[in-house]
Design a protein around this ligand. Sequence first.
Ligand SMILES: O=c1ccn([C@@H]2O[C@H](COP(=O)(O)O)[C@@H](O)[C@H]2O)c(=O)[nH]1
Length: 309
Amino acid sequence: MPEHPGAQLPAPGRAPFGARLARAMDAHGPLCVGIDPHPGLLEAWGLPRTAEGLRRFSLTVLEAAAGRAAAVKPQVALYESYGAAGFAVLEELLGRARAAGLLTVADAKRGDIGSTMEAYAAAWLEEGSPLAADAVTLSPYLGFESLRPALDLAARTGRGTFVLALTSNPEGRSVQHVGGAGSVARAVCSAAAAENARVLAGAGGAEPPAGTAAAPRTGLGPCGLVVGATVGDALAQLGIDLAGVRGPLLAPGYGAQGARAEDLPAVFGAAAGQVLATSSRAILRRGPSVPALREAIERSAGELAAALG
Ligand SMILES: O=c1ccn([C@@H]2O[C@H](COP(=O)(O)O)[C@@H](O)[C@H]2O)c(=O)[nH]1
């Protein structure tokens, strides 16, 4: 395992991810701005399809989002496609976002056998790693427990994970929704609930007393889920209790994929307060004007806060 510069330094005191995310959502609304530098958007913004174009795109979105959104979510694939130069831009973006007080979610969708998973966990979640983010997206296709190195490292460093559960794309249903009460989606949600219960119990966070509604954004554990805003009534159909997961819910599908803010309460029900909706293209299309991007971010954050609380 390569040593990261700074890996030997003690982790600075950092509040748990659930608490930091709750604070950011309370302050700015439940919006995560997706940073997806698609080639077509670079062209529309008058930027070259080079690492310098990627950098200018990324820093412009950051300038617009700072102080107006809870988090940003760079789509790692769109940096990776530029090779080492793209990763250098991603490193700079993550560092600058942190300095601007924005939480960062690296949308990398990593997942592999445990020994390799250790390397992914170290890259995205370890103190001192150049690519460390506040949270990373994970794929549980090799089994939820194969993600253990990332789950443990996130809990230890005050970071978070978002595990794919019910994705926003229509194709996801053919794998995730099959089997009713025995669905893959339900198994992933149950595993995340068990993980948060374990971590929160270790941190002294007791179960909410039976029969009382827990305040929706307090006491969230580090293991979040990706649940698309486009899944309609799938949660009820599959018998999934997302409030009982006690983790944050990253919800793509709002915006360019068709879900509207006013659709979200029906999709998420009692878990609405745990939702961090993410939107990329619907906001990014408004660039490169920073005031226009800011207006789109403020409008989205406002309508999501009104819908989700
Ligand atoms: O289920 C999923 C998981 C991840 N995504 C990612 O979110 C953004 C969505 O972009 P929009 O432009 O707002 O549609 C993108 O990076 C996806 O890879 C998702 O859409 N669905």
